[in-house]
Write a protein that binds this ligand. Structure first.
Ligand code: FES
Length: 188
């Protein structure tokens, strides 16, 4: 079945894909080695949702909203290493599991409910997956039919060899669907 040009670049289609696909699936966001050490904080986008990945001191990975609960500032750009998540605006501070730890000058205010929203996170085959919705089958169950072709134990041993960043002037106009098509369609 052929896709129409609009499938690649209209805002309506992208919104629907974000809602029905990217927000309703396990999405691979990085390799576990990129989130390996305690205090690692890594900003990623899942569809149009800014997500902050963290690794805490006991080795647990977390997927949190990357938006401060105070005035909606982006908490982390790129990758950093720190023992807490600190908002650059008024210095609200969150633990690596997303719990609010400190809110300067807000003494006496009711800050219940100001923890960072948490998303589902899982690691499989050396990959970190995030789901914006709860209640999905585990990533292991979802990928079970592919176990013959994708050996998670073998994939865990893989390490990043190089990175390729597309810097084409038209890259923004191409969209994720076209990128996926290019990598999966051998006839391009
Ligand atoms: S916006 Fe984050 S502390 Fe105010």
């Amino acid at each position: 079945m052929a896709l129409t040009p609009g499938d690649y670049h209209t805002a309506e289609v992208f919104d629907r894909e974000c809602r029905e696909r990217l927000s309703a699936s396990w999405i691979p966001v990085c390799r576990s080695e990129e989130l390996a050490s305690a205090g690692t904080q890594r900003a990623v986008m899942v569809g149009t949702t800014p997500v902050l990945l963290t690794r805490d001191r006991i080795g647990a990975a977390h997927a949190l909203s990357n938006v401060c609960r105070h005035r909606a500032i982006t908490l982390v750009d790129g990758d950093i290493q720190a023992d807490a998540i600190r908002c650059p605006y008024h210095l609200w501070t969150y633990r690596l599991d997303g719990g609010l730890a400190a809110a300067p000058f807000m003494e006496g205010a009711d800050l219940a409910g100001c923890d960072l929203p948490r998303y589902a996170i899982a690691e499989w085959g050396g990959w970190v997956f995030v789901s914006l919705v709860g209640g999905l089958p585990s990533i292991g169950e979802q990928l079970a039919p592919l176990r013959g072709a994708l050996d998670p134990g073998a994939m865990e041993t893989l390490r990043i060899g190089f990175r390729m960043r597309w810097m084409w002037p038209a890259a923004k106009a191409i969209g994720w669907l076209c990128c996926i098509s290019m990598w999966t369609d051998s006839r391009w």
